[in-house]
Ligand binder design. Sequence first.
Ligand SMILES: Cc1ncc(COP(=O)(O)O)c(C=O)c1O
Length: 309
Amino acid sequence: EIAIAEAFGLDYTPPRRVSGQPTKAGLILLAAGSGQVLHSLGLAYFEKAGDEMVAAVPSYGSIERSWEEYGGVVHRVPLKNYTHDLDGMLKKVHAGTKMVAICNPNNPTGTIVPYKDLEAFIDAVPKSVLVVVDEAYVEFVADDNYQTSIGLASTRDNVISVRTFSKIFGLAGVRVGYAIAHPDINQKLSKYHYNNGISLYGKVAAEAALTDYSHKHNSRQLAIDVKQYFEDEFEAMGLEYIRSESSFMLVNLKRDARPIGRALSQRRISVSDAERRWDMKGWMRVSVGTKEESETFITALREILTTTL
Ligand SMILES: Cc1ncc(COP(=O)(O)O)c(C=O)c1O
């Protein structure tokens, strides 16, 4: 917690531990991946059948799925120009709304919500509504209009920023994530975590990753370069794509993407079928690889598109 607070310049005092009493949560809550935070958000905020939440579609969708499983109602607001339609989402917030989920940058589109729009949205929702900002891919963002929600989460009592070491730091298998939120919010979530759910090894790896500036810089730069390469190649192939601030990109093959996904898979290249996952007919989501892997993907895609169709 202290290393995270230092990394973001947050004024943080670890909660005092009193022997024999449950540990109180502070501004930073460690967890076994950001997935654990998203999961416990559903558990902690869902109270009764019919409780409402608002989310965008297509988006990551993890809280929404558990919310519905518990018997809650999810208002899914379609993206506008592939990004969150905050005005549309605001219209779906009523007295019974418990939570709004914003994935920023969004998975699968890689689009972002500019800070001033996010702040205006948070100002506009009732204080009783928790605004969840999932920033799993935040470290990849290059757009100057972007600012993290940490400043909002550390000063308001209805905003939570959810972060992970799984993406830019490449530690997905180690399972370390965290939330920054008012201690009362983190306290509610921590009831569903056994201790913080992470091992000593996870803690050590995460702490080392936080200050491994060259790894972070190189991974980010690689993503920026590869996305530029993808854009150039997709344009040359006449394919539409969505400019992404994340580590993946959506491309519109304008034909059934499934046989193409299968042909890529036969060459040991794995992509996401955006039709199956997000109902985006003809689209495929490809993640940034090393330069060589990314070139292999483009060469294979070119061949498959010209030879099989
Ligand atoms: C937007 C988003 N949030 C959260 C997660 C969960 O990641 P983890 O639990 O590994 O931190 C993912 C994983 O793909 C994701 O894409």
